[in-house]
Write a protein that binds this ligand. Structure first.
Ligand SMILES: Cc1cc2nc3c(=O)[nH]c(=O)nc-3n(C[C@H](O)[C@H](O)[C@H](O)COP(=O)(O)O)c2cc1C
Length: 349
């Protein structure tokens, strides 16, 4: 529960914004970093096929701001030569860490042998890791799933092999590829990996509260925790966990903070993309963020049906004005479950 190192890079606090394709872009990471408590950010997964062909999309995805450091670029693919080239490009771009994706369950990615497909082909994974390791000087890390399916939960074996190849950190999302996002992540496996290797190990999956995070640190002895979807529901979660890790009361965001987060995010998006795309991203965040808000279901619908920047800003204003004046909004209730979020499947190309 203290900072840890990946090579000579300190991860402090030991909390990582987990990569989410289509979500953890330049604007979202900026928003989260500003809330505090994020010890490392990671790019969305970037196709080595696109990167090594100089696709404009890949170039955009490699951008980061200095204040994000330490910043990792995550790549996916299965072609050794292109994986190595992409790793070199990430280092040239100034990334602090190079992460290899071994978890994406999207058929498009797996069919070509990449993402969680690499968990089924350890000789290829080994070759990729060994060759990348030879060609970069920044630390190499790996993000894996529990295994491909229940008959082959090989995360411990993969982690041991990765360590031998010079990988300096393993992050486990404790579901198999077959599970996608169903069931619960197996945190027992995080402990098994931690016990089996001497490099730092982080756990990941289903962290949406301070209590859950603290419990998992304690139960597994993991060095760090990655949080993905929970960051969209509660952008202050990292700060809250860090507060409690340091003996402070967890920060409780005010209504004003919540309004500010939405407005700030929209401002960042509009700086970075056309209005229509920015509206789409706002709606994506709203799907998760409104879960914890009073009258959140109606507010979300209002945002979904906003078709211009002016309209979305007006609707945000009306919602928070109503609550600030003590009024009721929609059912006035706080929902229990957020809408299901598509995984990397939607973003895979
Ligand atoms: C929309 C979405 C996109 C994702 N994209 C990536 C990705 O690009 N790279 C990756 O390693 N994991 C990706 N993941 C998996 C997350 O990083 C994380 O492992 C998973 O969501 C479990 O953690 P959580 O319960 O904290 O969200 C994605 C997940 C979601 C929901």
């Amino acid at each position: 529960m203290k900072p840890f190192n990946i090579g000579d890079i300190e991860i402090n606090p030991p909390l990582v914004l987990s990569p989410m394709a289509g979500v953890t872009d330049y604007s979202f990471r900026r928003l989260l970093k500003k809330r505090g408590g994020v010890g490392m950010t990671v790019s969305e997964f970037i196709s080595v096929e696109g990167m090594t062909r100089n696709s404009p999309q890949s170039k955009r995805m490699m951008r980061f701001r200095e204040f994000e450091r330490p910043f990792a670029i995550q790549i996916f693919g299965a072609n050794v030569r292109r994986m190595v080239m992409a790793a070199e490009m990430a280092e040239e771009q100034g990334a602090d860490i190079l992460d290899v994706n071994c978890g994406c369950p999207a058929p498009k990615v797996v069919k070509k042998g990449g993402g969680s497909g690499l968990l089924q082909n350890l000789p290829l994974l080994k070759e990729i890791l060994v060759e990348i390791k030879k060609s970069i000087s920044i630390p190499l890390t790996l993000k894996i799933r529990a295994g491909f399916d229940d008959t082959d939960r090989n995360a411990v074996e993969v982690s041991k092999m990765a360590e031998q190849c010079g990988v300096q950190h393993v992050a486990l999302h404790g579901r198999t590829r077959q599970q996608r996002y169903t069931g619960l992540a197996d945190w027992g496996l995080v402990k098994q990996i931690k016990d089996a290797v001497s490099i730092p190990v982080s756990g990941n999956g289903d962290v949406t509260s301070v209590e859950f995070a603290l419990e998992k640190f304690k139960e597994t002895g993991c060095d760090g925790i990655l949080i993905g979807r929970g960051a969209m529901q509660n952008p202050w979660l990292f700060r809250q966990i860090d507060d409690v890790l340091n003996g402070r009361d967890a920060y409780q965001p005010t209504l004003e903070d919540k309004q500010e987060v939405l407005l700030e995010f929209f401002e960042y998006l509009r700086e970075d993309m056309p209005e229509k795309a920015a509206l789409g991203k706002m709606k994506q965040l709203a799907g998760q963020f409104t879960k914890g808000l009073r009258g959140g279901a109606k507010f979300r619908q209002t945002l979904y049906h906003s078709h211009s920047a002016k309209e979305i800003l007006e609707n945000i204003g009306i919602y928070f004005d109503t609550l600030n004046k003590g009024g009721t909004y929609g059912s006035n209730e706080v929902e229990k479950d957020a809408e299901t979020l598509d995984s990397c499947e939607a973003a895979a190309v």
